[in-house]
Design a protein around this ligand. Structure first.
Ligand code: AMP
Length: 192
């Protein structure tokens, strides 16, 4: 199985690149943010809970997020591999994912981290908010909080994968195709 963590701050381009990687490598895209948004739309109990955190740009608690992720992985029985987008966002989530995949005799092959500077991120997110209608993209103070949460709670997850020689930093500014080539090259290095 080819399991990849697509990492980076909000607005780094994870969703865009994930869609292309899914096509190239025949993977299942699992975005925890998308699953939470679907639950909000469907007015489920999970959606209600997640919304109270997402509206402020804070993280949904680990316990809830991990349980949801595991049930989504279990749904995709015949997957060739997964692209985890927006997960793990904390070290406990990374550890839980490692244990869960090990129980299925598989593992993360590589973490691909898209690097984009903060001014560019804010610009991209505010722009995205104009089209997507995502409340957490439309308000600059929430956007900035999400970036702070990333810097304070999430960035450290890179160390977990670096310690296993599974971390690749990818320059995330430029043409979509050029960034995609950089990601593909890093995958080829770790795929075997
Ligand atoms: P995203 O679509 O990845 O930008 O996620 C949108 C929001 O969903 C985040 O700001 C968090 O509130 C929540 N969320 C998504 N993934 C996670 C996660 N792995 N852990 C905690 N909260 C998450």
């Amino acid at each position: 199985m080819l399991n990849i963590v697509l990492f980076g701050p909000p607005g780094a381009g994870k969703g865009t690149q994930a869609a292309k990687l899914v096509d190239k490598y025949n993977l299942v895209h699992l975005s925890t943010g998308d699953v939470f948004r679907a639950n909000i739309k469907g007015e489920t109990a999970l959606g209600k809970l997640a919304k109270s955190y997402m509206d402020k740009g804070n993280l949904v608690p680990d316990e809830v997020t991990i349980k949801m992720l595991e049930s989504e992985v279990a749904k995709a029985k015949d997957a060739n591999g997964f692209i985890f987008d927006g997960f793990p966002r904390t070290t406990p989530q990374a550890k839980a994912l490692e244990a869960f995949l090990a129980s299925k005799n598989t593992e993360i092959k590589v973490m691909l981290a898209l690097k984009v500077d903060e001014d560019e991120l804010v610009k991209r997110l505010i722009n995205r908010g104009k089209d997507s209608g995502r409340a957490d993209d439309m308000d600059e103070s929430i956007v900035r909080n999400r970036i702070s949460v990333y810097n304070e709670q999430t960035a450290v997850v890179a160390d977990f994968y670096a310690a296993q020689n599974k971390f690749e930093s990818i320059h995330g500014v430029g043409e979509i195709e050029v960034i995609f080539d950089r990601l593909s090259e890093a995958i080829e290095k770790h795929k075997a």
